[in-house]
Design a protein around this ligand. Structure first.
Ligand code: AMP
Length: 577
């Protein structure tokens, strides 16, 4: 397949507003790929060269791309810069400069290889090398290809293709329907690598995909927690439970392979360097191979307190990692073990896994076991919940002692009970920003008045709107929204978004905010949970509590299913039985 062919598919993907079309175009594209092409193809359509968990970015800055454009098309730098300020998108600038020239037929695999070489160039002279190599690539590209190459290089190829859409497309490409999605999805939950799954599928079919195993070095999709309204409901539904503090930090999956330690966040980013003290602590453990799951949290030596999420996350923005490690040391509460010395432990009952955690990290002062208390009494559970809240923790996570680790699943094997127990909606929800309305007065200066926010429908891989958001943000918060929104603006409704309301500006779903609201109400204007002529759901009096993009991707936002469940629970509380 040539890169020109790929580009024409990317154009079609970019212009569609329909998710079914997305799947169809992608599956057409996939069915044209050979086994060698399918892996790089899978990464390129997501604007990547490698799976998300590998920290390799093409990562050219705007200035470098401008210089490469000037070199490729023989234009003065300031002319390119002027064009950019007129058009506002360097991809379109590239297309304009490339003009109608045909371009040569470079293969997709060659483009992938050459972009990889650019990404890896390092050391003295590497900036010039990146520029001239990229310019060389542009010279050979036709207009559409140049546009997509530039967007890929800047990390701005946003086609809104979520993993479920890719998995559906793979299934369609091979057998014309969605039936293989569960096998593909299970493999994705174990390996987090779409490219490898696609290649395996092309080479060895369904059986080979089913045989893909958990591996050290490839993150496993995190098991997630359901919600229930109160301790009574928890005991009624689960019976005997293991209760653990809920730490408000950042989820970390720690992989150890001999001296090689890697740390992944819940949204599959590589945090190995950033969380250097955890990496060192894991490296010092005795076992050769391990996968541990836990929550990293910053600890203040002065106040002898665990710090809330926002402060833990601020570690990501600090430049001097070693200094940050001194000022705000991190520890991790380890609450699970998924792999040890060559053996996948995910099928083992939770209680036994936790006993292994104690054994594996014994003696470490940085990796600490998350304690559990077992109970089948709602009274005891209430006491533990209140006790944890009074100690400044978020609440508790309650787990079934006999449950396996179900990668990527959100079910009642784990249930979270949080603070805010007095309000009607006693828990926060995570929403994705989908658009904004121009503001008036002071807010207009920050570029956004109200925000349109939505939740995720995991089955359909779509986002439905649930509320407008206007309060809860500081001026700095609005500014941050504005800055991010600038990069996410799209000129039509993204294909995965369902909406009746039309904001002034659509955003590619990416920014996740944590929101507290008073109540969920039925609404004919919002599409979250809307089926046929049944209304959707809306939030009353929503206010933003924090930004969660540091640890959550849009697909990690609260789901329509959770909202429906919260609505049901809320109704039950209102109408006493
Ligand atoms: P939420 O982000 O509100 O859906 O809550 C689930 C998150 O709580 C997990 O992804 C973890 O990051 C975090 N967490 C904190 N403490 C625990 C614990 N003891 N067990 C499981 N998850 C925990």
């Amino acid at each position: 397949m040539t890169f020109t062919e790929l580009s024409s598919y990317l154009d079609r993907l970019e212009s569609t507003s329909s998710r079914n079309e997305l799947v169809k175009i992608l599956s057409d594209l996939y069915s044209k790929g050979s086994p060698e092409e399918i892996q790089p193809l899978s990464y390129l359509i997501q604007g990547r060269l490698v799976p998300f968990f590998e920290p390799v970015e093409i990562g050219l800055g705007e200035k470098l791309v401008e210089a490469a454009l000037a070199e490729a098309y023989g234009k003065p730098r300031d002319e390119v810069a002027k064009l950019y300020s007129r058009v506002g998108d360097l991809g379109l600038v590239a297309a304009e400069l490339a003009g109608a020239g045909a371009g040569t037929d470079i293969s997709l695999t060659e483009v992938h290889a050459r972009l990889t070489e650019i990404a890896y160039a390092a050391g003295a002279g590497s900036v010039e090398k990146k520029r001239s190599n990229f310019a060389g690539l542009l010279k050979q590209a036709d207009a559409a290809s140049a546009k997509h190459l530039v967007r890929m290089a800047l990390g701005r190829l946003r086609l809104g293709i979520g993993e479920p859409t890719v998995l559906d497309a793979l299934s369609f490409a091979k057998r014309g329907d969605r039936k293989l999605r569960p096998v593909l999805e299970a493999a994705y939950n174990r390996t987090s690598d779409l490219g490898m799954i696609a290649r395996t599928f092309w080479e060895g079919g369904e059986e080979a995909v089913a045989a893909l195993k958990v591996t050290v070095g490839r993150p496993i999709r995190s098991q997630l927690a359901e919600r229930l309204p109160n301790p009574e409901a928890v005991i009624k539904r689960l019976g005997l439970v293991a209760v653990q503090p809920k730490y408000d930090g950042i989820r970390v999956q720690i992989h150890k392979n001999g001296d090689d330690v890697r740390i992944f966040s819940r949204n599959l980013e590589d945090f190995t360097l950033m969380f250097a003290e955890l990496t060192r602590a894991a490296g010092a453990l005795k076992d050769e191979t391990l996968i541990l799951d836990g929550e990293a949290i910053a600890y203040s030596k002065e106040s002898e307190e665990y710090l809330p999420f926002q402060l833990t996350a601020s570690r990501r923005r600090q430049h001097g990692i070693e200094q940050a490690a001194q000022d705000l040391p991190l520890i991790a509460f380890v609450f699970d073990i998924l792999y040890r010395d060559g053996r996948d432990l995910t099928e083992m009952p939770y209680e036994q896994r936790l006993a292994l955690v104690d054994e594996v990290i014994a003696g470490s002062t940085v990796l600490l076991p998350a304690p559990i208390i077992k109970t089948d009494s709602a009274e005891v559970l209430t006491k533990i919940l209140l006790d944890n809240i009074s100690r400044g923790l978020e609440g508790v996570v309650v787990k079934r002692p006999d449950s396996p680790y179900q990668a990527g699943a959100r079910n009642f094997n784990w249930v979270k009970l949080k603070r805010h127990t007095s309000g009607q909606l006693n828990d926060t929800v995570d929403l994705v920003l989908l658009g904004y309305y121009f503001g008036k007065g002071k807010r207009a200066a920050f570029g956004a008045g109200a925000l349109l926010a939505g939740v995720y429908d995991a089955e359909k891989d779509r986002f439905g709107t649930i509320t407008k958001l206007g309060t809860g943000l500081s001026d700095a918060g609005w500014r941050e929204i504005h800055e991010r929104a600038d990069k996410l603006q799209v000129d039509h409704k993204p294909a995965r978004v369902d909406a009746i309301l039309e904001p002034d500006v659509w955003l590619e779903p990416e920014v996740v905010v944590e929101v507290l609201a008073d109540e969920i109400t039925p609404s004919p204007r919002h599409t979250a949970g809307m089926v046929g002529d049944q209304p959707g759901y809306a939030l009353r009096f929503p206010r933003i509590v924090s930004f969660r993009s540091a640890d959550k991707r849009p697909e990690d936002a609260t789901t329509v299913k959770e909202i429906a469940e919260l609505f049901r629970q809320q109704r039950e509380r209102k109408v006493p039985a």
